[in-house]
Each structure stands twice: as C-alpha cells, then as structure tokens.
Design a protein around this ligand. Sequence first.
Ligand code: ADP
Length: 428
Amino acid sequence: AATGGSTTVRQVKLDKECELRIETSLDSPLRLRLLTGTAEIFGTEIPPEIWLTIPPRLKFAVFTWYGATIEMDGLTETDYTADETPMISYINVHAVLDGRRNRAKASPSDSDTSQGPRVVVVGPTDSGKSTLSRMLLSWAAKQGWKPTFVDLDIGQGSITIPGCVAATPIELPIDPVEGIPLEMPMVYFFGHVTPSANIDHYKVLVKELAQTLERQFSGNAESRASGMVINTMGWIEGVGYELLLHAIDTFNATVILVLGQEKLCSMLKDVLKNRPNVDVVKLQKSGGVVSRNAKVRQKARGYRIREYFYGPSNDLSPHSNVVNFGDLFIYRIGGGPQAPRSALPIGAEPAADPTRLVSVSINRDLLHLVLAVSYANEPDQIISSNVAGFIYVTDVDMHRKKITYLAPCAGELPSKYLIMGTLTWIEN
Ligand code: ADP
C-alpha cells in the first residue's frame, strides 16, 4: 500500500533477543514477512519469505532469539523495537515444564507421576496472561506435546466467545492470525462476562470442566503427560482471589505462574506453603503488554463474537434461520424472581438456588442476545452439559411466534435446549 506517493514498505533489523512490537491499524491489515534469520510471534515461528496478513487492531510482537530482518507493508498504529523482554525467563519456565513432561511420560501410566505439569497463569488484567499461556502452549506443541489449554477468563475468551469456560488440546503451535483451532473445544456456557453475576454457577462450570478433562486424561497418556496451561481472570481481589484458589484446587494445579504482582505472589505462596507439590513462581510482566480500558475490552468482546460468526478474517458466512417458538426451549441458570420476604415464614431467608434451572418465556427481551446450544438431552442435564455452539437472536416476531437467529451454519440446531445469560451483541 502506498500513501501520498511514499511507499509504506520498510525493513526492520532485530538483534538477538529483541522484539518488534506492533499495533496494527484500526481499519486496515498489515503485511509482514521474515527476510533473514528466525523469529516467532508469541511462541510460534514465522515461516521465511512468506507474507503474513495481520488483521486490524491486533497487538503483538515479533521476537527473535538469534536476530532477524522483518519487512512490513502497510500502516500501523504503532511499531517499535524493544531490547528488554522477559522472554528468557519465560523460556526457562518452558524448559522446566518440558522436563516434567518427559518425566511424566517415562512413568507408569497408573500413578500420579504420569501426570504432566498443570500450570495456572495468574495476574491482574493486562499483565500478559493470555500471551504467556499461548507461548507456553506453542513451545510445547512445537516439541510434539499435546498440552490442553484451559481458559477460565470469561471476560475475553481466547478459545471461544466471552462468557464461557473452555478447554481444547493444542497440537500445533498456535497460528498468529487464525488463533486457537476450533475443531474440538470443550465449552461450558456461563453467559455473563463477570463471575459476580452468579459465583456459584461459575464454580459449578469450572468443576464440570475439570472433571470432564480428568476423565479424558485417564484414558489418554499423551495428553496427561503433556499437562495443562490454565489461563485465569484478571480479577484477583476478594471473591476474584477466592475463585483463583478454587481453580487451583479444582484443577490440582502443580505450577502457579504469577505475572507482575508481588502481593498476589506472596499471598499464594503463603496459602499454598503446605503443598510441597505446588510451585508458585513470580514472573516479570512484559513491557509490551498493552493496557486496555473497560471500553476497549467491551469492544474486544464484540469483535470476538463477530469472529465466531464471521471468522477471524471475515471468511465465514453465517446463516439466518427462522424457527417457531414451540421448537425451542430456553433456560437460564439461577437468579430470577424470588419469593418476596413477606410470603415467607417469619425468620426464613429467601432461598433462590443460584444454580436452579429457570425456564424462560420467549419475548422481545431475547433480541440481540447470544444464546448457547446445549448438548443436554434433558433439561436437568443442562447445567452440567457443555455446549455445541452459539446463536444470535436477530428478530422475535410475537405475532407469528417465530424467532430469527444467526448461526454459523444452516440447518437444524443440534439440540432444542438453549441457555440464556446476559451476553449481548450489537452487530455492526
Ligand atoms: P491479559 O491476558 O493478562 O489480560 P494479554 O496477554 O491479553 O493480557 O495482553 C494484553 C494485550 O497486549 C494483548 O492484546 C496482547 O496481544 C498484547 N501484548 C502482550 N505482549 C505483548 C508484546 N510483547 N508486544 C506487544 N503486544 C503485546
């Protein structure tokens, strides 16, 4: 691309252990290629010579261990070279994890020793948790392991749309443009972007996910030895901290990586001091991590949902479908109308079970909601079932009693049971 006659193609020479930090422009993609040397994007090596097209609004770094020349074509929001990165400490962690995977692989498959490292990445929002998780997974996959990526961050979601807890095996280094492959994720729908909407429900889903993975690992020595990398939420105070501990317990974590927070690290070291098999390690936050305010994060959620329906490079075409009200059964979990205090016996507290299944009657309130399609065969299995995918309600015709929705593909939904939360999206 050329603007005003001046070319935008330029070359950047990177010395060893340096990175080129880039924020692509808000509206146009950037073309980039490796001319000499070797380089990686968040743990995944980039091929020599071949032009990569990086979509708009992406913040990333091209890092080189031994030196490289990068060529860029297009305008960026920012790009600069940094020679101070925490990458050495990150790759050292990888080396330790790798040793543990090898030990697990060499152990008899029926004991605890055959379990590879279970790594939990914690830290405040924008400390680089998702990025570190990604690097550890890609480095492991490069070496032939099949680690499981678990994402408990319902605020953003690297595996699927926000509002979910999810897991997926990583068999190849993660593609810097396409992201996590979506062939076989295990997804549980929470339906809200903060756990405070229903703490008990969130915990139930984390537990369901952990148990499902545990069952899968018991029959799969390879993924068991490869272990897990678990990304968590940036909420680390009060209830957020309790939920971190809950996740550490539920997944039987063996390594806790704390990014950029002294206090959180010492708190975790203290509560976990009686568990000799759990290591708490403090790691430096990268200076390249870009802070995002609440508005930017909200926008990012919208893009993520858009990506689900339209693909990361706008290469998918979702289908608009119409069904009768009677063909769908919509539920939400917990909350909802409670018995007023005055209707209860004196002294009794209104007991609304936060994990109670509530049937939702179809009306215009469903407009613009993102609903999950449950794999449940019966309503009472909904809370413990993972989901097949999502639909987006684009019209509710009360007159004809018909719902119009967007789905990734045409045809009948895999189930008539839908789960509703507060997750909305305005298509634009
Ligand atoms: P967290 O998961 O802790 O909220 P992320 O890992 O998502 O943080 O990082 C926040 C943003 O910063 C992301 O857009 C990520 O791509 C970007 N980022 C992380 N590390 C770097 C880096 N070294 N250079 C440029 N951008 C980075």
